[in-house]
Design a protein around this ligand. Sequence first.
Ligand SMILES: NC(=O)c1ccc[n+]([C@@H]2O[C@H](COP(=O)([O-])OP(=O)(O)OC[C@H]3O[C@@H](n4cnc5c(N)ncnc54)[C@H](OP(=O)(O)O)[C@@H]3O)[C@@H](O)[C@H]2O)c1
Length: 281
Amino acid sequence: MTILVTGATGNVGRCVITQLVDAGASVRATSRNPQSAGLPVDVRAADLEKPESFDSALEGVEKVFLFPNPAGAQGFAELAKAKGVKRIVLLSSQAAAHESYGDSPVRTVHLAVEAAVERSGIDWTFLRPGGFATNTLFWAESIKQEGLVRLPFADANVNPIHEADIAAVAVKALLEDGHVGAAYELTGPESISQRGQVSLIGAAVGREIEVVDLSVAEAKALWAQQFGGFADGKILDGMVKLYENATARAADLTTVVQEVLGRPARTFAEWATDHKADFTA
Ligand SMILES: NC(=O)c1ccc[n+]([C@@H]2O[C@H](COP(=O)([O-])OP(=O)(O)OC[C@H]3O[C@@H](n4cnc5c(N)ncnc54)[C@H](OP(=O)(O)O)[C@@H]3O)[C@@H](O)[C@H]2O)c1
């Protein structure tokens, strides 16, 4: 029984590979650049935007951990069905579970991929995580170089989840029965502000880190730069609204990690300790 892990070089995919290997599973991975993937398993070249590129990688595969790519999702799901895949565990997003995200791409993209998987008729489990703790890796360079983070909406609350916890739920859903048809909304164990995250990274690295607050206009300019042409005025306004809401109230939390794994989700303080090398020059 071979399990195929797509997005295997990503934050979550790498942990899925490690945990599946540790569990003794037969694992294959895909990457667009297999030669530089640095993974301890058979890595094949494949691109989710070109579903047909999975023809050989899907040979003999029973289960798939699927990275969400809207362009190729339909084609991938159809090919997987034709190849005899029995189960897909999809990395989706908490935004797929909440109408409050409106028509923002983070919701529509993940709903589109979920729909493609559902239409295939293959058994599925959807993982719908909230904000990844790894999002704070965007701050690593300025922390290392200047000892500060330039931050819009520093008091916005998030529910950061450790990538190893998302992966642990994925591995359960791949290896155990009883998770088919579940859409798991996964969060970390605490609602914490972005400013609080900076402080905990500082505690992990043993250094005070300054927060430089950015105005809304500066935030929009920063996001436009980060997301390129993708982020038009409407999307930027939508992001401002989401951050304003997140500042006004605590982040939504679930206990699904605890229920599925039988232990609490890792805290952001634990994540910061695990990643202190990323924030140390
Ligand atoms: N960040 C958040 O807060 C958050 C919250 C909820 C959900 N999510 C979801 O999680 C995703 C990020 O997961 P992550 O952090 O584990 O990934 P990541 O570290 O950003 O890495 C991206 C992965 O996607 C793969 N990939 C990208 N385009 C691909 C394509 N066309 N074909 C095949 N593989 C492709 C890359 O593979 P190669 O480069 O090796 O080909 C790489 O493994 C987001 O895109 C979003 O859908 C994120």
